[in-house]
Design a protein around this ligand. Structure first.
Ligand code: ADP
Length: 393
């Protein structure tokens, strides 16, 4: 008896070959449906054992082609699969006319029994001379089964999507709670170390005072990190619905928050006329505040000047935040938007590397894009877009 083994994975074919040859069967091998049909056209084969998922032509199509064929339609056909095991797949296998449907890896005895059974059935009822399958009916059944299978896969996808969304929400919740709860002990550490500093500075030597100073600095840095991680997780966890929002108001709020920084830097922050957009006011303030603050912080010899403007472009607004600071070399333009990505150490310019990641997240939530145009030493322009939209979120 000659059995054709169809599987794109060589190890699977080998396993079958060894099993069948030990039982006295001889075997032929094909790596997909197309190759199987070529072999069937020139060799005498008594049964086919085929995988489903294969390149060029899958097992369902191969079976369908065989059942349609004048010469081959009665050839015993066993589907042997590890991936397609749902009720929809079994229905599809039945529809295309497979005699048996086995799930990999099947015990050797099960496999051999199935093979014997289909060969015996074939011997007991020699095939009629014409294909038993009526093509239109067959196609109808086939497409129905395919639709059924698609529905099944869609339901699986929807379920997986739901699970992903849930775990994402949980993770965000976790980030929020963890950062929030870290704040209290940190405040205590920082408070006690500062007490040590103010009450015992005289009693301690220079080395001890230096250590205390460093501890205070580290606590301050950690406080900023926690504050920024919280800001990042708030973009999704504390999002407000979109409302008509005056960007002039966004600008005024952002500048008000930065009053001290502007004064300390001896800087200037100006703007053109700004439009009204549809968005989340506190988040847009945070976005603009981060960009303006960076413009003030990353300055060179000149006192910083940051200018905000907006231009319509098709159905979106393109905002620009321009500064006269140290600039950014083009090779860093993409990466600075990643979380914790910084181009300077804390001594040169202190920071957490989270501000631009927050900006990107806010812009994405509004359906826009953000990018930078800059050269080292020649100032930077951060652009972001906010699409015009009717309120639907
Ligand atoms: P942080 O400023 O806290 O480091 P950001 O995410 O806001 O974090 O910025 C990431 C990095 O991008 C900064 O460390 C800095 O090197 C660079 N950068 C951001 N804004 C500017 C700017 N306006 N001019 C020059 N460099 C900037």
């Amino acid at each position: 008896m000659n059995i054709l083994l169809v599987d794109d994975i060589a190890t699977n074919r080998k396993l079958l070959r060894v099993t069948l040859e030990a039982e006295g069967y001889s075997t032929l091998e094909a790596t997909d449906g197309v190759q199987a049909l070529q072999i069937l056209a020139r060799e005498t084969v008594d049964a086919v054992i085929s995988d489903i998922l294969m390149p060029n032509m899958d097992g369902f199509c191969l079976c369908h082609e065989i059942r349609k064929s004048e010469q081959l339609h009665a050839l015993p056909f066993i589907i042997y699969t590890s991936t397609y095991t749902s009720p929809g797949d079994m229905k599809l296998a039945e529809t295309v006319g497979a005699d048996k449907y086995l799930t990999k890896p099947a015990p050797t005895a099960t496999l051999l029994d199935a093979l014997r059974e289909v060969l015996d059935a074939q011997a007991a009822h020699p095939a009629p001379s014409a294909p038993v399958v009526e093509e239109t009916y067959m196609l109808q059944q086939y497409s129905q089964a395919l639709v059924h299978k698609l529905e099944e896969k869609n339901a699986e996808l929807a379920q997986a999507n739901q699970a992903l969304k849930r775990s994402n929400e949980e993770l965000q919740q976790f980030a929020y709670i963890a950062s929030h709860d870290l704040q209290t002990p940190l405040r205590n550490i920082s408070g006690f170390v500062q007490l040590l500093q103010s009450n015992y500075a005289e009693a301690l030597d220079a080395q001890a005072n230096d250590w205390i100073r460093r501890a205070v600095q580290s606590a301050e840095q950690m406080h900023k990190l926690i504050r920024d991680v919280l800001a990042y997780s708030r973009v999704d966890s504390q999002a407000l619905s979109f409302q008509p929002t005056s960007f002039r108001e966004v600008f005024t709020d952002a500048v008000a928050q930065l009053e001290t920084s502007i004064r300390n830097a001896g800087g200037q922050v100006t703007c053109d006329e700004l439009p009204t957009v549809t968005g989340d006011l506190p988040q847009l303030v945070e976005l603009l505040q981060n960009l303006i603050e960076n413009g003030l912080r990353y300055h060179g010899q000149e006192p910083p000047h940051v200018h905000v403007s907006a231009e319509p472009d098709g159905n979106e607004w393109v905002f620009s935040v321009r500064d006269n600071g140290i600039g950014i070399a083009p090779k860093h333009h993409e990466r600075i938007f990643e979380m914790f990505r910084r181009l300077h150490n804390q001594q040169e310019y202190p920071g957490t590397g989270i501000g631009l990641a927050v900006c990107r997240r806010v812009v994405h939530r509004h359906g826009g894009r953000i990018w930078v145009e800059s050269e080292a030493g020649h100032g930077s322009v951060f652009h972001f877009t906010i699409p015009e939209r009717t309120i639907d979120t």
